[in-house]
Write a protein that binds this ligand. Structure first.
Ligand code: 5CA
Ligand code: ZN
Length: 437
């Protein structure tokens, strides 16, 4: 399906360092890309409600990853799915008496508009489960060929016993897996399964539900096989990073990786993602912001209320992507104020050194931009430390504002920021942090 338009990314002098990222599977920092071509699969939305701040934070994190890779000289290839047929979407359509396809299409459109406003760079491939049914069926066929599927009352399950490395993504013990499986879409209590953790790969047709013909009979695909199939089809058997929120570590990312290891077992030693990267949960009122709980702040709602999307983005970037944090009015107010200071500093610096009393002049030398650019690059390369990068820009803005006049004015052509500091800082925060100031 169509992605969304890319924001322009200004060029910067030089290159950033290699990105090290926290890998959930190994529990440590590791190079995010294995070579010059950097490949990313990010789990996408289930489009039954609008984009909330938690979704936005997740996709802003992967956007930073892409920007940091590109700045380090990598070419990126990025795929993202859209789970456009699944239980919660169908249930919401029934609840609201809407056609499920129409509901999904409307929410995907809203997601695209929100991502565009937040200047999140689009994936190269935005792939809906429905449009990918053929390749999901083909991938599921490989699981069947490896003897890893079995039938339970017409539904087709994956036998996790087929994968000796099952558990290597999450590192969880059996008890924890059982609890999370029950909470996150699994059916550990269903009778007839070989193992309570086994996930469904093809769900047989149910009355009133959409279904498609397949070699497994009429039905629809399971959730984990959707991502395993789409990721490996678009990025290859092995790719660099599988990304999602921490709520996807188990069972989703564990199962997708396990499916791929079994289906593609004869394709070499490296199968599926080299790194598993997870973003923390955004909470509201102390609880995970979630569509099922309904404690949501929508990006589109804030935009409609006149909030500058760059302030929303800056509010997100003020938190390290791996931390859990609470969305509050204060968080937004701080971001609005910070954006204002950055803009004032850029305007003041662009107006040039000027005389101390000249309106808009900084009254002294504009602090150089090179150290700011280096600091942003260095912080982002260290596990996408956006708060650290922001602190470097804050320090530059404070220095400009404390040296100079109170507000932007106009400068004569002769004294426009001769060192080009303002321009370089503006380009750095645009290219690396995605903030148009
Ligand atoms: N379609 C599946 C992935 S294949 C799905 O999880 N969809 S979702 O709409 O529920 O979530 C989309 C992304 O947002 C996932 O990476 C999920 O981990 C992340 N996410 C959901 N809620 C939050 C939250 N409160 N804070 C941070 N990230 C969240
Ligand atoms: Zn997924």
């Amino acid at each position: 399906m169509d992605s969304w338009p890319a924001a322009s990314v200004p060029g910067l002098p030089g290159r950033g360092p290699e990105l090290l990222i926290w890998d959930t599977a190994s529990g440590g920092l590791a190079p995010a890309a294995q070579g010059q071509l950097a490949t990313l699969y990010a789990c996408g939305i289930t489009p039954y409600d609008a984009t909330h701040i938690g979704h936005a934070a997740t996709y802003v994190a992967w956007d930073l990853l892409v920007r940091t890779w590109r700045d380090a000289g990598c070419t990126t290839r990025y795929a993202q799915n859209v789970t456009d047929v699944d239980d919660p979407l169908l249930e919401r359509a029934v609840r609201d008496s809407r056609d499920w396809r129409e509901l999904a299409a409307a929410e995907i459109d809203r997601f695209r508009a929100d991502m565009t406003a937040l200047r999140v760079l689009p994936p190269d491939y935005l792939i809906g489960a429905v449009e990918a049914l053929g390749l999901i069926e083909e991938f599921s066929g490989l699981l069947a060929d490896h003897g890893a599927l079995y039938d339970t009352d017409g539904d087709v399950y994956f036998s996790r016993a087929a994968d000796p490395r099952f558990g290597s993504v999450s590192g969880l013990d059996h008890r924890a897996m059982m609890t999370l499986s029950a909470e996150r879409g699994g059916d550990p209590d269903r009778p007839g399964k070989k193992d309570p953790l086994d996930p469904v790969v093809w769900r047989a047709e149910r009355p009133g539900e959409p279904s498609w013909e397949s070699r497994f009979g009429p039905g629809r695909p399971g959730w984990h096989v959707e991502c395993a199939a789409i990721a490996t089809y678009y990025l290859g058997v092995a790719f660099d990073v599988q990304a999602g929120g921490t709520d996807l570590i188990f069972p989703h990312h564990e199962m997708s990786a396990s499916h791929a290891r079994v289906a593609l077992a004869d394709q070499g030693p490296d199968i599926f993602a080299c790194r598993y990267v997870h973003s923390g949960m955004v909470r509201l009122g102390g609880q995970k912001m979630s569509k099922s709980l309904g404690n949501l702040v929508f990006v589109s709602g804030l935009r409609a209320a006149g909030v500058d999307p760059m302030a929303i983005r800056l509010a997100i970037l003020a938190h390290h992507y791996r931390q859990d944090w609470d969305w509050t009015g204060d968080v937004l107010a701080v971001a609005v104020q910070r954006l204002g200071r950055w803009r004032a500093a850029l305007a003041s610096a662009a107006a040039g050194p000027g005389g101390a009393g000249e309106p808009g002049g900084t009254g002294g030398a504009v602090p150089p931009a090179g150290p700011v650019l280096n600091a942003i690059r260095e912080r982002l390369a260290a596990d996408l430390d956006a708060p650290g990068a922001i602190a470097a820009v804050d320090a530059w803005a404070d220095a400009v504002l404390s040296a100079g006049a109170t507000g932007p004015g106009h400068a004569g052509p002769a004294d426009i920021d001769p060192a080009g500091s303002a321009g370089l800082v503006r380009n750095a925060i645009d290219a690396l942090l995605g903030i148009a100031a």
